[in-house]
Design a protein around this ligand. Structure first.
Ligand code: PEP
Length: 254
């Protein structure tokens, strides 16, 4: 049975005090108000990961995730953080291949394959982002493009390793733009990706893979998106920065 997951991507937002306030509010609200079977992942800026991790209740619904990590285990890579470092402070999840990382930091599918490897070797769960540009959606083979992202970064994995990966479909044209994919557009792509996974790893693995939607998902549209059979939750940017909005999104996934 695949998991329902709501991951909040805080990106480069919040001072230390603001981050602490948001974290406490979300942890308390989830504890008091979320009864269903949904995993909540808070992907904070790296600076706050260790203190955030220390505030979790073991066995609770909330986990902490990083927004990126380097593909090497250690070394002369000034400013970077590694998967073993994340693992050493108890972090469970890492977003990999967010479109902002691909766009502003030139991350490639081949580099992401290496990041996926080191993350899995260290017992962390990669939340692997994929998605097409607006130009491709309007003029090109956008489904083929997104399938290729999976093929090139993930399909070297064994079925057992692939089974640990979470996919986040995030059409670039919908991220931070207020333009959400319709629930039908999200469902169509998630269905295609699940078929693609089934072609490589078989139906059982495909059915067990959580595929999240990301791109201007919010308190208003989450319930409709998550009602689709192949949408297993969301990767939430802007709406994860206000506890009440984020809680509404989490509840929509229960
Ligand atoms: C994201 O950054 O992953 C994202 C989906 O952002 P937003 O929800 O703000 O579009």
């Amino acid at each position: 049975m695949r998991k329902k997951i709501i991951a909040g991507n805080w990106k480069m937002n919040k001072t230390a005090d603001e981050a602490q306030a948001l974290l406490s509010e979300v942890i308390n609200m989830v504890k008091d108000e979320v009864t269903g079977d949904v995993k909540v992942v808070l992907c904070t800026p790296s600076l706050y990961l260790a203190s955030a991790q220390q505030q979790l209740t073991p066995g609770g619904k909330v986990s902490i995730g990083a927004q990126n990590c380097h593909e090497k285990a250690s070394g002369a890579y000034t400013g970077e953080i590694s998967a073993p470092m994340l693992q050493s402070i108890g972090i469970e999840y890492v977003i990999l291949g967010h479109s902002e990382r691909r766009q502003y930091f030139g991350e490639t599918n081949a580099q992401l394959a290496e990041k996926v490897n080191i993350v899995l070797q260290n017992g962390l769960v990669p939340i692997f982002c994929c998605g097409e540009s607006r130009d491709l959606r309007e003029n090109g083979d956008y489904i083929g493009f997104v399938k290729d992202q999976l093929t090139e970064s993930l399909f070297h994995l064994s079925a057992e390793s692939f089974g640990k990966v979470v996919i986040a479909y995030e059409p670039i044209w919908a991220i931070g733009t207020g333009l959400t994919a319709s629930s039908a557009q999200a469902q169509d792509m998630h269905f295609e990706l699940r078929q693609h996974i089934a072609g490589q790893y078989g139906d059982t693995v495909a059915q067990d893979t959580s595929i999240l939607y990301g791109g201007s998902a919010n308190a208003q549209n989450a319930a409709e998106l998550f009602a689709r059979p192949d949408v297993d939750g969301g990767l939430i940017g802007g709406a994860s920065l206000k506890a009440a909005d984020f809680l509404t999104v989490v509840k929509a996934a229960q």
